[in-house]
Design a protein around this ligand. Sequence first.
Ligand SMILES: CC(C)(COP(=O)(O)OP(=O)(O)OC[C@H]1O[C@@H](n2cnc3c(N)ncnc32)[C@H](O)[C@@H]1OP(=O)(O)O)[C@@H](O)C(=O)NCCC(=O)NCCS
Length: 172
Amino acid sequence: MDNFILSTERLVLRKMNRDDMESLLKIFADHEAMKYYPSTKNEKQTIDWIEWTINNYAKHGVGLWVVEDRVSGEFLGQCGIVPQEIDGIVEMEIGYLFVRRFWGTGYATEAALACKNYGFEQMGLRKMVSLIDVNNLPSIKVAERIGMKVEKTVHKWDKDVFVYSVSNHQED
Ligand SMILES: CC(C)(COP(=O)(O)OP(=O)(O)OC[C@H]1O[C@@H](n2cnc3c(N)ncnc32)[C@H](O)[C@@H]1OP(=O)(O)O)[C@@H](O)C(=O)NCCC(=O)NCCS
């Protein structure tokens, strides 16, 4: 599979493509999943998201990837590495969004940990971050489970967000 990025015990991460729209809508059309985003997304906005992601692959070599069940191939969510500007500096963010039916399974933590390892080992990054709405406790818990600590609070996307971060100590 030439879209393959990485696999874990239970998951496969692969590149997103235009055929993923229906699957992505399982997240984007869900008010509960989009609680900490400005709104749900319709089909057109989902296509824009896919285009933004494909553009990230071309420009940065990374972006959000599709997470599938390693055995069944079922779509579970998205997780990956996304460039984000924080206080004028571009940092690499670990992002994750999963279909609500699969919350509480540890999939997000498993995928995010694999992305952290990918960033440090394959890309040679020294630091990775997660930008998290200060009220998004499930997301905060994922960041903490993969070893991130809160660094500061910034105002971005018209709200207060925590900057969680982790450094690659092997580089020190
Ligand atoms: C953020 C999000 C991915 C977190 O999902 P999650 O299901 O809480 O995270 P995980 O998949 O890692 O599962 C962890 C939970 O499963 C439990 N769990 C069950 N089996 C597990 C396993 N094998 N390994 C680890 N945890 C397991 C954990 O105890 C934990 O539960 P707890 O939070 O009650 O302690 C999810 O809430 C989401 O998609 N939200 C919408 C999008 C979003 O806001 N994204 C973040 C933007 S910053």
